[in-house]
Each structure stands twice: as C-alpha cells, then as structure tokens.
Design a protein around this ligand. Sequence first.
Ligand SMILES: [Zn+2]
Length: 335
Amino acid sequence: MTMQWEQLEQYQPVVVKMLTKSLEKGRVSHAYLFEGQRGTGKKAASLLLAKSLFCLHPLEIKPCNECRNCRRIDSGNHPDVHVIAPDGQSIKKEQIELLQQEFTKTAMEADRKLYIIEHADQMTTSAANSLLKFLEEPRPGTVAILLTEQYHRILETIVSRCQVFSFQPLPPALLANDLIEQQIPPHMAFLAAHVTNNYEEALELSRDSWFAQARKIVLQLYEMLKKNDLQALFFLHDQWVPHFQEKQQIDLGLDLLLYIYKDMLHIQSGQPDYVVYRDKIDDLQQWALACSQRQIIQSMEIILQAKARLNTTNMSVPLLMEQLILDLKEGKAFV
Ligand SMILES: [Zn+2]
C-alpha cells in the first residue's frame, strides 16, 4: 500500500505535522521512537519518512512513490534502508550486530542510511545494549526508527536517545472501515470498534459468536425495558444472566447497553454519523423521539453507577442487574 503524508495526517495529525516540518527544515533526527497501538500507522510513517529522504523526484517533501528508490523501499530492497523485525520471539544481538556492520560501510548510493526496528521492545537485553552503543555514536546521515506497541518495555537509556512520537489510537470510524475491508459486517464492525481501538482485538471480537449474541441480548433487553417489570425481569434471568457470567463480560454488557443511550443522544443532537448501532437507526430514531435528553442522560448515569458497583462491590450480579432494570424504569425514561 502506498500512502502519502496527507492520508496519514487524517488520523495522526500531530505526528505528521512534526515529521513533515522537520523534513521541510532539513532537520531530521538521528533516532526516532514511534510508539502506539498496532494499526496506528507507525510502519507507514517510517516508510514515508524513508521515501521522503531517498526519493529521486520528491514534490517538496512528498515522495513520488514511483521512482526506483520509492519502489525499492516499498518492496524492502533498498540497499541503504534496512528493516529489522523479531526473529522468532525476539530481536537477537546478532541481528543488531549485522546491522552495525552494514552501517559502518559507507552508504551504497547516497550519503544516507536508514534503519527501522519493528517491535523494538522485543530486543533481548544484549541486543538492546548493542543498539544503545550504536545510538550513542550516531554517524552523520544515519536515521534510526524504532517502532513499539509497548513503550514502557523499552530501556530508559534508549528512549532518552530518541525523539519520541506517540501515535494516537484510531478513531472508531476509521477502525470500523478497516474491519469492513476484512469482510466484517458493518453492524459488528462499528460495535467492535467502539469496544476497543486495538485492531486485532476488534477483529477477533467482531468474529466472536459470544459477542454477536451479547449484542442481540442487549438490544432485546432495551426493548424489554419498555414492557412491564415482570417481562423485563424474566428476560433478565432467562437470557442476560446466563450469557454474561464473568465480571468482564458483565461490564462489557453494560457498555453495550450504554451505547444505545449514547446513540439516542447523538440522534437527538443531529449527529447520526456517530451512531454505533447502525443497523438499528430507524428504531433508535423512534426510541429517541420517545424520551427527553434529560431522561437519556439520567439513564446513562444509572448504567455508569451499576458499572461502578460491579467493580467496587461484591453485590450479586442478578441483584445488581435487577436493581439496574428497576432504576432504569423508575428513571421514567420510558414513559
Ligand atoms: Zn520517489
């Protein structure tokens, strides 16, 4: 995938602004540390930086993505751009030593060399120490880019040698689009992208049958809340309690319920693009008409209180949920 700075800027505006500014001023650091969750564009940014530095026909600082150098960087074949990734479980000392040998030679084609270390937190201690020496004596024209999803696991001494850029979690809509590209149905993609902003977790969740069923039960529970107490309580014990057993699952169930109310608020304030339960938009519109903003906010507070109670007390779950249902109905959100 060939990306341009503008595309990356859509979801990493701060990082892109700072990197492009340093390119414009010709003040590229000799070592960077890109930290952030998987799928936030760290690798894309490092390749863009490499291409911006090596491109034969850049448009100002933008790489052309077509010249020999751009193409060789994209395919991993540029002799002066090296990418190191874990060999099995870790990045070994030998890999770093090989890199150092490579870099003590003069650059093959230009006066520049660049290396990218993926999952830099997976360096063995001896690999990290070798790298540290390397970073302490930067050769002119050398650029190091370390990538990590686990910033806290990088040696403090390495961090202090690098300019650190934090890549922000993806906005849910962008993450949902990535999931849809992986053939995830939109209604599952949007929900999973709100539950987590980790791409892999979201992908796993959206393929999980427990999660799909959880979504169904939560929507049904909301409908039951509009009926009489007995029916809602019966549904609770018959469907909800057996499905949501672990504390984490119950907490997630409450989040899924909360999203329904948030969706109604978004509809009331004319922001349907933020709706999580996309396939339910017609129902949500009707539900939103039936209650005031104050009632919705009150119901959200009730759910948040239940979440807090779940995490801070040993209250039995059926009891906690019964209380929640009665409070939600009492909140007169359904009059
Ligand atoms: Zn180029």
